[in-house]
Design a binder for this molecule. Structure first.
Ligand code: URA
Length: 440
């Protein structure tokens, strides 16, 4: 088989066979196909699209490029959740311990910050000592012992995806429904979970800007999951404004601890609601609730009775982190050296609080990586004091910008923040958080 023939075939819109897709994936993973040919092939896939069958072949080939974890020694139905990426989306941090506290084991393999979106691994690593680089055996042992483990993609899990994703990131081939769904699902199938709940984001801060493409992405992932016999549900949720009130690594850990202590307020209501709904589905498909509503009530109890917090502490302890973070978050977590208030230039109702601009503002403050090599400032980020629909006076504080390492970027971070803010005279319609729920 010749790579040039495969590139030409896809370029001309033909459908590839399983053998041809395997040939590409295995050749590229083994460095037998160079980056320039792989880039041309991926661009042809991006422009021509892949059929559901081709997407499923691509997923299978990426799964087989590495190890598939066998979690059968861990008792119970295992459930995981994956978000397609957002701003202030630290849901997994609270959700995983809540679900584990309700008796469903959670094997979670998470990612790092990508562009303007945050990453669960970076957030966890802001807890001093917390390790996300556990081996496969440590991962399984911890799951058996405490029912929860949150780690990063190891070299052995879907290595083809790791390599292809890095190439897509620098060749403008990320935003393809087929390529995203194969990438996410290959990792989730290799991780060995039985149940997977997808949180597919739509809006300015998401990869899928409109509901139609978010739904198409959800359907593509559900289709792959169905072929791999995974029990799945997908929620299409809003990412036009950030979730909750914190954007940034240590800040989102602080917010997680607050929520696990049962505290909630107007600014974190959306965060709490989504945590409960996603958790409800995980418990329902994980066999610990008859309906997602019953599951939702159990998650709420675990938030209010402290059992979710106790599970979070167990996980921190097991992964080498400083457990006292739960009692004294501000003493243990990195604190920003510099803070700046963002004042509203207008009086009225907050109408737009664009997630992407706020995510980029946090990135400029050091909360994300501007290059692959950048070190993250765990203390950096944004504390929101207003959300869409709130009233605001001219000169009133709308948010605080925090940084330790990027003081010189405060001004452009503030400009970026303000570019995403609109204040209107008329009260905007309430934001709809959950647009749709799809099932396998
Ligand atoms: N997240 C992934 O893991 N892969 C993609 O392609 C996009 C988001």
């Amino acid at each position: 088989m010749l790579v040039t023939d495969l590139i030409a075939k896809k370029r001309d819109g033909a459908i590839l066979s399983q053998e041809e897709i395997e040939f590409f994936v295995s050749g590229y993973t083994k460095n037998e196909i160079p980056d320039y040919q792989a880039s041309a092939f991926l661009m042809a896939c991006f422009l021509r699209g892949l059929t559901p069958k081709e997407t499923s072949f691509l997923t299978g080939a990426m799964v087989r490029s590495g190890e598939v974890l066998n979690l059968s020694s861990v008792p119970g139905i295992k459930a995981d959740k994956h978000s397609t990426g957002g701003v202030g989306d630290g849901i997994s941090l609270a959700l995983a311990p809540l679900v584990a506290a309700c008796g469903v084991p959670v094997p979670m393999i998470s990612g790092r910050a990508l562009g303007h979106t945050g990453g669960t691994l970076d957030k966890l690593e802001s807890i001093p000592g917390f390790r996300t680089d556990l081996s496969k055996d440590q991962f399984i042992k911890q799951l058996k012992e405490i029912g929860i483990c949150m780690i990063g993609q190891t070299l052995s899990i879907a290595p083809a995806d790791k390599k292809i994703y890095a190439l897509r990131d620098v060749t403008s081939t990320v935003e393809s429904i087929s390529l995203i769904s194969a990438s996410i699902m290959s990792k989730k199938i290799a991780e060995g979970t039985d149940v997977l709940i997808l949180d597919v984001k739509t809006g300015s801060g998401a990869f899928m800007k409109d509901k139609k493409s978010a739904k198409a992405l959800a359907k593509a992932m559900l289709d792959i999951g169905r072929r791999a016999r995974k029990k799945m549900a997908a929620l299409i949720t809003d990412m036009n404004q950030p979730l909750g009130k914190m954007i940034g690594n240590a800040l989102e850990i602080e917010q997680t601890i607050e929520l696990l202590k049962g505290e909630e307020n107007r600014l974190t209501r959306d965060f709490v609601e989504l945590t409960d709904v996603l958790g409800g589905w995980m418990l329902c498909l994980g066999g610990k609730a008859k309906t997602s509503n019953e599951g939702r009530a159990k998650i709420r109890s675990a938030r209010q009775d402290g059992s979710g917090l106790a599970k979070f502490k167990e996980m921190i302890q097991a992964q080498g982190g400083d457990v006292s973070v739960c009692d004294h978050p501000q003493k243990i977590l990195p604190q920003a050296r510099v803070k700046k208030a963002v004042l509203s230039p207008w009086k009225g109702y907050v109408n737009v609080l664009e997630a992407k601009s706020l995510g980029l503002s946090a990135l400029l403050l050091g909360a994300g990586r501007q290059t692959k090599e950048s070190a993250i400032d765990f203390s950096a980020g944004i504390i929101l004091h207003k959300k869409i629909g709130d009233t605001v006076e001219r000169g009133e504080m709308i948010a605080e910008l925090l940084t330790t390492t990027h003081e010189s970027s405060l001004k452009i971070a503030e400009e970026k923040f303000l570019s995403g803010l609109k204040v209107s005279k008329v009260k905007p319609k309430p934001v709809r958080l959950i647009h749709d729920i799809l099932r396998t």
